[in-house]
Design a protein around this ligand. Structure first.
Ligand code: HEC
Length: 128
């Protein structure tokens, strides 16, 4: 039944071809389906880029070395030291090497760090 209507519609449409007159409005318009609104594009708010070195420093190191790496009491200042020096010292602590008189305090914290974390923390501190 439906296909017969489609054929009929096609024929009447074809018949109108070539006519200069405006094509007749199709009478057999398909029942209009409810128009689904197009999906909205997903947008992301401009989230602040979180520095992984800062995250780790704040979580693990700032309790001793200070919120901005300024040091306090027996805890050396880290902020502004060249990244390469910080990396070298952290690698020494991680390897169990003595750096200063209190190295045994530092070693367990360094041993818990990966190479990537040592690099990102050091770059964060060097830039402070
Ligand atoms: C429990 C306190 C404590 C925590 C937590 C701590 N440190 Fe230390 N850190 C020290 C002490 C004490 C020293 C001095 C060690 C020595 O005498 O060699 C030190 C030394 C250092 C040094 C060498 C600085 C220099 O100029 O000689 C670096 C680098 C360092 N810490 C980085 C870190 C990082 C990165 C973290 C976090 C992953 C961290 N520390 C967490 C106590 C701490």
């Amino acid at each position: 039944m439906r296909s017969a209507l489609v054929v009929l519609f096609a024929l009447t449409t074809l018949a109108a071809c070539g006519d200069k007159a405006e094509a007749p409005a199709p009478t057999e318009a398909a029942p209009s389906a409810p128009q689904a609104s197009p999906p909205k594009p997903i947008t992301f708010d401009a989230a602040p880029v979180v520095n992984p070195g800062k995250l780790k420093y704040v979580a693990v190191c700032q309790g001793c070395h200070g919120a901005t790496g300024g040091g306090q009491g027996p805890f050396p200042k880290l902020a502004g030291q060249p990244a390469a020096e910080l990396i070298a010292k952290l690698n020494d602590y991680r390897a169990g090497k003595q750096v200063g008189p209190q190295s045994s305090t530092m070693m367990p914290f360094a041993k818990a760090l990966t190479d990537t974390e040592i690099a990102s923390i050091s770059e964060y501190l060097a830039a402070l």
